[in-house]
Every structure is written in structure tokens, then in C-alpha cells.
Design a binder for this molecule. Sequence first.
Ligand SMILES: *Cc1c(COP(=O)(O)O)cnc(C)c1O
Length: 355
Amino acid sequence: MIYPRVEIDLAKLRHNVQYLSQYCERRGIAVAAVTKVTAAYPEIARVIYDGGVCQLADSRLENLKRLRFMFPDAELVLLRLPMLSQADEVVQTVDISLASELETLRALNEAARKADTEHGILLMIDLGDLREGAWPDEAVDLARAFKDFPYLNLEGVGTNLACYGGVIPNHEKMAQLVSIKEQIEEVLATNLRWVSGGNSANWKLLESGEMPKGINHLRIGEALLLGRETVNRTPIDSMHQDVFTLCAEVIELKTKPSAPIGQVGQDAFGKTPTFHDRGKHRRAILAVGRQDVVPEGLNPEIPGMQILGASSDHLILDVEDTGPISLGDTIRFKIHGYSALLALFTSGYVDKVTF
Ligand SMILES: *Cc1c(COP(=O)(O)O)cnc(C)c1O
């Protein structure tokens, strides 16, 4: 066995994908499954694709190139706004990209012309979260520009909330997006295919039955993989929250004081740590660190175990109140944090095992 490793329960993942895509389908919503959290890990992508989602979406072109190779016929979506320098590769790799800049549209149109292909665009509208997207009053003008871009198809409009600004998607925001879509349809005298209302943060609105009729598309990552909506991070009934488990090995096991001895300056990450002296405690050090995981996103499976902290390569645990633990044991953690999962799949030092 190689440690640290992430175990991936594909049966639980399959359930999540099927449950979520059917739930959405019954409510008139197509799902673009977002693979970026797991760096489009092939076996995960396979289960997701077979689970009945409408598209695969990722923020990184490198991941999408692998997905294209695996699934020649899949509809692929680039989630991050394309770089101008990527325009040629973008139109050759994905079917649809998200866009908000006229100059990028011009570059994609030119790239599509050169490649003798057509490229779909989801026009992003910023409804207040302050990440990507044209301001609502720019949207119609941007849409008008498509008359000059014969190689681009305006597939629809989309918005992304609850990411940078933490703005909660509600009925009003979604109705605003639908209304922008209708204005564009009127000006261009054409129908748009998608109104893409957002991400896993839209789950509660969907569940409440308050999602406006016109919303027919969501881009979902975290809810599929971790089984939770993302406004309050509450578990979704009928979905698994434990698809992923981290296993790491104990490399030191000693009883030490709970506060450092000596004058305390900055730690490895430039912070000045504070400690409560609780006397001597039994501690374990595991061979995994911040280079591989965000410790705040881990839950030890063993009751009474506490994560004290981590440096780049070491995770330090309080094991005073757990049962017996030995050097060389492997300790298991449920992964509940998005950032933890992202780091684990980005780290080349973490083995990935599916079953
Ligand atoms: C990452 C991303 C998503 C998916 O977000 P989740 O919270 O994982 O569902 C959707 N849309 C865009 C534009 C993204 O970048």
C-alpha cells in the first residue's frame, strides 16, 4: 500500500450522480457535471459521464483535453473564462466556453474560423457576486455583437453566485437572469438554449420549489462529490457525504507538552501560533501535510482524535483520548472540505485508489 492515499468509493459516487441528475431532470434542469475538484480524475469522470449528466465541465483546459480523449462525443464546457492565448486550443477541445469579454469573443470567433468549426458560448452575467460576468446592463450589447461572429453560437446566459462574494442565489436573482435571456432573445430574434443558474449553491432554491421556470441548467461539482449544498454546507438527504477517505501513516507517536517550550515566533507559514497549556498529551504525527491537504477539511474516523495542526509535510494529532494507536498504523479521515479534496487531487504525492 502507498500512503498517503485517497480512497474513492465509486458505488457511492454513482449513486450521487444518478440521484442528482434525476432529481434535476424531474425539475427541468440539465446538469453540467463539474470535474475540476478531482482534476478530472479518469475513473471519477467515467462514473459521472455514465451517470446521465448532460455535459462535463472543468475550469482547466489540461483536464478537458484528457476528457476529450476519453469521451470523444461528450459535450464539454470550459468553466473558466478562456485566456486570449488559449483561443485556438479552446475551440479545438471544448464545445462551449463561458465568456464575458468582447475581445475574447472576437479571438474565439477567429480561432473557430481558422479551425473551420463552430464554438458555443455561455454569456456570463455578474449578478453581484463580483467574480466573472458582464454587468447586466452590458449583456444585451454583448449579445448583439454575435452578429459579427458567424463561427460562434450564443448558447445561453449564465451566472455564478456564492463563489467570491458569497451572494446567495434566490428567486429574484434567477428571475433577473431569465429576464436578461428574454431581452437577448428579443433583440437577436432567436431562442437561446440555456439559462444556467449557477452551481451547488443553487440546490436549496431548487429543493424549495422556488426556482423560476426559465432556469434549465446548473453546473454542479461539490454537491455531486461531497453530497452537500454550499450555502450552509448542509448534507443533501439521500446523497452520500463519504465518497472520499484519506488514509495516512503514523511516523511518530510520543507524549509531549501541549504548549511549545521556548520563545514563540512565527510558524512555517508566517503566523504566530497560540497554544493552551493542557499538560502533556499523547500525539501522533502523520506523513501528510499542507502540500497535500487542507487539514481543516478532514474529520478523523476515530472518536476522540483531534487535529492539532500541520506543516507542509506533517499532520499533528492529539490521540490522548483515542484507543491504542501504534507507529505505522494508518489513520483514516472523512473528507468534508472542498479545499481539502482539491488539494488531495492536485498533489502528486497522494495515491488515488478506487473501489
Ligand atoms: C467551479 C464552478 C462551478 C461548480 O461549483 P460547485 O460549487 O462545485 O458546484 C460552476 N460554475 C463555475 C463557473 C465554476 O467555476
